[in-house]
Design a protein around this ligand. Sequence first.
Ligand SMILES: Cc1cc2nc3c(=O)[nH]c(=O)nc-3n(C[C@H](O)[C@H](O)[C@H](O)COP(=O)(O)O)c2cc1C
Length: 189
Amino acid sequence: MLSSSSIEGSIMNVVVITSSHHRAGTSALLADRFCAGAAEAGHSVRRFDMAFEKVGFCLACDVCGCGERPCVQHDAMEALYPAVEAADLIAFVTPIYYYSYSGRLKCVIDRFYAIDSILEGSDKSGVLLATCADTTSESLVNCSASYESLLSYMGWKDAGQVLASGCSKRSDAENSEYPQAAYELGASI
Ligand SMILES: Cc1cc2nc3c(=O)[nH]c(=O)nc-3n(C[C@H](O)[C@H](O)[C@H](O)COP(=O)(O)O)c2cc1C
């Protein structure tokens, strides 16, 4: 399933957040191609492979006040926060785990709570790249709906989604139309 809508503008700060432990997996391939397209279009692209970083769960301690004070946790989010704040577009990249985002991506998104008041209402766009083994879209619908709800809450625009079914392993993805779709989406933003 593919969808996209172009964004008007010139050079953008693009942040790509991946969340699989498979360095050469299916979602990493889509991230590679999306980054290549965005870079070739002249955008500034920063990629954060969060599965290989230390990221704690949101503790819901509310010390942050949703953006008034720093998060109490000192981990890889300290590098991601300023990048996300400065981003014009954030690409969320995930394998599907049990009909939704990977737990790692959900963990990262939950930690947005500490900068929520900065993000909410900011002028940003999102992209979703998701891969799954099922050959139908059944496993992808919850992830897409959750992403769309996040964007709606934040007031961000959806710049496009590549929802890749039938991709159990790298070779499945390589032999599909999805890497090219991810490239074209990156080039179109
Ligand atoms: C814990 C776990 C749960 C999964 N759940 C689903 C699922 O609900 N639906 C599905 O189609 N594939 C599921 N898969 C398969 C992965 O989504 C698929 O292999 C994907 O290509 C992995 O992406 P990656 O190579 O980027 O890690 C699951 C895999 C794992 C490890």
